[in-house]
Design a protein around this ligand. Sequence first.
Ligand SMILES: [Zn+2]
Length: 157
Amino acid sequence: MTSEWPSNWADRISGHACEMCQSKRLDEDVYGIRIFSTAEVDAVLQRADIQRGYTLVIWRGRHVVEPFELTEPEAQSYWKATLTVAKALATFYRPLKMNYETLGNTVPHLHTHLLPRFTEDPAPGRPFPLLPQSGDEAKVSSSHLASDAAELRALLS
Ligand SMILES: [Zn+2]
């Protein structure tokens, strides 16, 4: 299997072709339902049926690729929001372990994948086999997703 970096990588890195910077920060979109937000951070419970509770925390300030580009107050704001959401996911889903993946190899704009890990899990004891979303993944039923999102929003309010 071969793979390569996206052909417009330079534009993604610079922010000129950054889909996360173009986000309208909706409460609900094709990717999922927003369960938490601050002035500079959104957390979106994912619609793709990849792992129960799979949530993306997204930096919504200026375009930032690496977390070390954040100022100290920005870093505090980002990681505090990330930990707040992770704790709510752990409280609600009761996983064996929470995972925190700050990758950005497809969308190089600061975001962190929060993945609860369970007894029934695709890779027990190992990193989660996370692939870039194609849009063709099976989806969590919209009623189930809405119900989980409402419970998580309540925990986070
Ligand atoms: Zn961006």
